[in-house]
Design a protein around this ligand. Structure first.
Ligand SMILES: C[S@@+](CC[C@H](N)C(=O)[O-])C[C@H]1O[C@@H](n2cnc3c(N)ncnc32)[C@H](O)[C@@H]1O
Length: 193
């Protein structure tokens, strides 16, 4: 049986051992069904969600490349932990950087998770970076839609581009947006029932 504890394995840090992380099961299944070959994440922290997407893709028979951007604002030194762990599983490149200062991620990705700056302006900036980086049939996933500044940014982002998204009902709520606007029917169906 797939469990979030099994997905994180020895990446789970001592300080997080009392937490419940059911969201990583969602991330695993998104990686498992979307099968991205290039995965990116803005806001990596210890790489938990990144590892879940990667494991999902690996279990679906795809070995993805992974990319992460984080300025270590929450956890000094976290990007070194991510590097040492994730690069043992798949090709990985991490950037210790403030994404608010970037104009482009300078790479094309099939899937990108936006989970960095949680202000309205910051989330909007990161969504633009992600949208410009994602491939024609790729997806972006915006985390923490339950937080008002992120909800505001995300719905404005979608409204301005006339985009539809699929709400992922994980604890913090997330929005999945397909670049080609063809959302996976199995996720929509699950949400509609
Ligand atoms: C909620 S945590 C990410 C959690 C991670 N996605 C996971 O589930 O394991 C947010 C991360 O965004 C990073 N962050 C916040 N503002 C940022 C910025 N302007 N540039 C880069 N990283 C930023 C923080 O350092 C933190 O590690």
């Amino acid at each position: 049986m797939i469990t979030w504890q099994g997905i994180l394995g020895d990446l789970l840090q001592e300080k997080d051992k009392g937490a419940h992380f059911g969201c990583y099961l969602w991330h695993y299944y998104l990686g498992n069904t979307l099968k991205p070959r290039r995965i990116g994440e803005i806001g990596v922290r210890f790489g938990y969600s990144l590892k879940a997407f990667i494991k999902g893709a690996l279990d679906a028979g795809v070995t993805p490349e992974a990319y992460g951007w984080d300025n270590e604002q929450y956890e000094p030194g976290c990007m070194d932990i991510v590097e040492s762990h994730i690069s043992k599983i798949v090709p990985y490149k991490g950037y210790k950087v403030d994404t608010q200062k970037l104009e482009s991620l300078r790479i094309e990705l099939d899937f990108i998770h936006v989970d960095g700056d949680h202000t309205e302006a910051g989330a909007m900036h990161d969504m633009n970076l992600a949208w410009n980086a994602v491939s024609t049939h790729g997806h972006i996933l915006v985390d923490d839609i339950c937080e008002p500044p992120i909800a505001k940014a995300c719905f404005r982002f979608m409204q301005e581009r006339t985009l539809q998204g699929t709400m992922i009902p994980m604890h913090s709520m997330a929005m999945l947006i397909a670049k080609d606007q063809k959302h996976p029917s199995y996720i929509r169906k699950a949400w509609e029932v």
